[in-house]
Design a binder for this molecule. Sequence first.
Ligand SMILES: Cc1cc2nc3c(=O)[nH]c(=O)nc-3n(C[C@H](O)[C@H](O)[C@H](O)COP(=O)(O)OP(=O)(O)OC[C@H]3O[C@@H](n4cnc5c(N)ncnc54)[C@H](O)[C@@H]3O)c2cc1C
Length: 387
Amino acid sequence: MTAALDLLDLDPSLTDEERQIRDVVRHLVDDLVRPHVADWYEEGRVPARELAREFGKLGLLGMHLTGYGCAGASAVAYGLACQELEAGDSGLRSLVSVQGSLAMYAIWRYGSEEQKQRWLPSMATGEAIGCFGLTEPDHGSDPASMATRARRDGNDWLLNGGKMWITNAPIADVAVIWARTDSGVRGFAVPMDTPGVTAREIHRKMSLRASVTGEIVLDDVRLPADAQLPEAAGLKAPLSCLTEARYGIVWGSLGAARDCLETTLAYATTRTQFGRPIAGFQLTQAKLADMAVELVKGQLLALHLGRLADAGRLRPDQVSVGKLNNVREALAIARQCRTILGANGVSGEYPVMRHANNLESVLTYEGTSEIHQLVVGQRLTGLSAFA
Ligand SMILES: Cc1cc2nc3c(=O)[nH]c(=O)nc-3n(C[C@H](O)[C@H](O)[C@H](O)COP(=O)(O)OP(=O)(O)OC[C@H]3O[C@@H](n4cnc5c(N)ncnc54)[C@H](O)[C@@H]3O)c2cc1C
């Protein structure tokens, strides 16, 4: 972040190691992402496999997990990495979040030793790509009503159903699929080359265009008994994975906002109208000040949640506070920055509208804003408004 944006001198609150990790990821994004991301976005194509291998070399995949080739970094270090990745593009942070916090975490937390040995080392290097199938065409915010079924057939499992809006699905080697069984929701590590599994890419997204999204169809997919994640019982298992990924979004969304604000500060101090830089107008300064205040408040919140996570004390409803606030404010910052760039704000030559469009997806996935309001509301009132 430019020194000017660090209004509260947060930098010294980070350890040397945390700053080093942040700087390494920032350089990676500068080298591998920034020169190309506008084209990837425009073309709706991204070299996800190549990028995953580069991210793997730096230990960014499953970064906060331990063993099996994972880096075992702190929650704060992982958050800082998410912030830098999303300053490049939300799609690339999504690639890392889904790989590490959803697919790898599910196997790491709920898998058998054999499943962990089979999948985690190659996922940590980016050789194998994972995805996480919870959402269905007719069941999004309410996954408890999922229609995908797994039933026993001798020792095997037979899976039928479909998953929708699944990040990485078309390029994945393994999908963590959540399905209803006679004894409740269970998770399965499904190799994507299993007969009966098909993945179709979803095109025409106007958001997260530098991210691969797909639909998974499961048609009489026969799996051996040991494909089931033995430790996952009930919906709380996939929800715990979502808490992991949401934590990354708390930080990541601010990366997109910061990139918008840095771009806008540079623009507003050099663009002149009425004979002076537009940054000199009081109305522009009011916008810049409000945005910088929201950014730094969000960073304080993210850092606080990260420290709670590292102390083993972070609750899911606290992650909801972070996701709700930081994504909402990041989106507001991106939209406000766009106004300061005038017509250039709608151009792909600048990252601002790309970030704003991406943040529309970030607002919706991993629990919509409304769902996080309900989680916080339940915490406040003791009453669930879900059912
Ligand atoms: C680009 C992208 C990538 C994604 N990647 C994945 C992935 O990798 N894996 C995966 O499983 N899913 C993924 N998703 C799906 C995402 O998690 C869902 O879109 C999200 O959970 C919302 O579900 P929905 O779209 O079906 O909306 P709905 O649940 O139909 O909600 C529509 C609207 O109704 C509101 N609403 C719903 N219920 C309530 C209520 N009780 N009270 C108040 N308001 C309510 C919502 O807040 C929202 O505004 C992805 C989505 C996108 C856009």
